[in-house]
Design a protein around this ligand. Sequence first.
Ligand code: SF4
Length: 379
Amino acid sequence: MDNIELLESYNSYLQEQKANGKKIIAYLTHDNVPIELFEAAGFVPLPLIFAGKDELMDASHSYLPPSTCSYAQSCIGYFSSTPRTHEFLDLADYILLSNHCVSNICVSEILSNNFNRKRLDFYVSYTRNSNALKYYKLELKHLQKEIEGITKERIPDHRIKEEIIRHNNFKTIVEQVSKLNIPGSEKLDIYQKAILYGPAIQAEIEEIISSYKSNTKNTNSTHPKNVIFTGCSIFINDYLMDLIEDAGGNIVLFDTWIGRNYYSQTFSEEVIASLNDPIDLLTKRFENNVYGDHCVPDSLDNKIVFLENYVNEYHKKYGDKIGVINHIIKFCDHFSLFQSYFKEKLQERGVQVLNLERDYSRSIKGQLSTRIEAFMEMI
Ligand code: SF4
């Protein structure tokens, strides 16, 4: 669904930031990007969370083969499509290159080399031992130095810590959305907006939450086809959410980067108080992120256990046995590879899973609808 109003207001927001002399850093939306560092230095983080149309994919083929994931193709398409649909992305001064996956590296390199975006590098270890933590910390310091080289000013530790606390508080507020008794599509709209703007719209999100809290209609019980959505995120302008709700489905939990992965990565007050160095706090978050799909050892098993527990708890509370839609963007290295194992393990535990692998082509909409409808019948 086109969210023209959101894109227009985001365009105005970025224009305003630029007019105030701020620099903008675009990044592919995956785990472990320390956006607090950017904000502490006065930069505006721009998450690339717009994808879901074939035009954007098609416009990337002079740069990437069609066997690259559809999200990566779309990220190039933002910049290369004509007519341009996301012109506000021209406002980005920098692109963050991170090695979350091969596609992430390729897209950042292509944008930097062909679309004249300066590149900042941030590499993340594929393991979680003590050396991986040391490496992550070194990379944070390296990134900090790169940013300071641009602004010619040191980022004071207290500024980084203030940003960590500001984002931490904001995520705690966003987490409350997951508990609201509203349709999944409305939750998704709020998450997408929250990730786009960050704490700058905390007051607005708080207002939305309090208006919804007075809503007494029980969405969960009026939609018998409640499901958990996991795997790859749903980005702004993707039609998938409509297909799920048209088939009678209601997403009660977004177990994706736009959703639980974002709002659950918070610190307790004790942890914030116990670590003076803000770089240690960011490293702690990396260490605690046991569900991330960045080849974290056992992350898939951790996810399976989490989902099984969630399904069982939900059953106890509402009496419904909910299913799981595992969304796999075609050619996504991380989620494609493990889809059979994921489904098998959850089904052994009595949880119904639909592995929904797709690209953003409109031509497969009918096929996707049929598969989703059949799954809804089954649960
Ligand atoms: S391959 Fe997967 S993890 Fe990598 S950019 Fe594409 S969707 Fe993201």
